[in-house]
Design a protein around this ligand. Structure first.
Ligand code: APR
Length: 225
């Protein structure tokens, strides 16, 4: 069976990493247009680096939980595609390989001048030179609002051939990821949502609960088949 799993911030919430749109979410504390857009970065790169440096420090201090470990048991099996909107590395630290980070990764740096990518240091600053071209145009390798998410062709191909689409811990507010469920259903897949609260999007089945509980239960069912 071909399965595409899309995860969002709810997957990592119980590891202590904030979600974006919940009551105490990151976008209630920070101005999205200042820290998560190319325009915000052009205006104040130091502020943007500080924001992502803090996210990176939180990520390093956090540990994966039972849902990350369960998904790691699925990853690498035939027919399984893990797509995440999360920029943390908790799936990888739980042992998952081949995760598609459609919104980029906190652990990586990107040169805005030449496109070179490298492992991000703990703290990044606007004057950091690119190791390849020396331009002082270093940015976190994350996809901002107004930019095109990574690996869309691969994701669309996997959606087209999947039998089951599973959405975990995402509000379904941000496109193109928010459109995956409708696309998968139209292409013939069954659809399942695992979330603390139902997102309201149309799924064939919705299981409500914390990721640390509902995800391992679902993964055990899949592996038992
Ligand atoms: N277990 C499962 N789901 C949870 C948990 C939990 N413990 N806690 C919260 N959730 C769910 C919420 O119910 C909500 O549906 O996680 C979701 C979080 O939604 P958002 O904060 O909108 O996060 P996400 O959907 O990942 O945001 C998408 O928006 O700002 C951008 O680029 C950022 O990738 C992010 C994108």
């Amino acid at each position: 069976m071909n399965i595409v799993v899309l995860s969002g911030a709810g997957l990592s919430a119980e590891s202590g990493l904030g979600t974006f749109r919940d009551a105490d979410g990151l976008w209630t504390k920070y101005d999205l247009s200042q820290v998560a857009t190319p325009e915000g970065f052009a205006q104040n790169p130091a502020l943007v680096h500080d924001f992502y440096n803090a996210r990176r420090a939180n990520m390093v201090a956090a540990a994966p939980h039972a849902a990350h470990s369960a998904l790691a048991r699925l990853a690498g099996r035939a027919g399984i595609t893990l797509v995440t909107q999360n920029i943390d590395d908790l799936l990888e630290r739980a042992g998952a390989q081949g995760v598609i980070h459609m919104h980029g990764e906190l652990a990586r740096a990107l040169c805005n001048a030449c496109g070179h990518r490298w492992d991000a240091p703990a703290k990044m600053a606007p004057a950091d030179p690119c190791p390849a071209c020396a331009a002082q145009a270093t940015r976190p390798d994350v996809v901002w609002f107004g930019e095109i998410p990574y690996a869309m062709e691969v994701i669309e191909a996997r959606l087209a051939e999947c039998d089951l689409f599973v959405s975990i811990g995402t509000s379904g507010e941000v496109y193109p990821a928010a459109g995956f469920v409708a696309a998968a259903r139209q292409l013939g897949a069954r659809t399942l949502e695992l979330n603390l609260e139902a997102s309201g999007a149309i799924f064939d089945e919705v299981r409500v609960g914390p990721a640390s509980e509902v995800v391992p239960t679902w993964v055990d069912e899949v592996l038992a088949k």
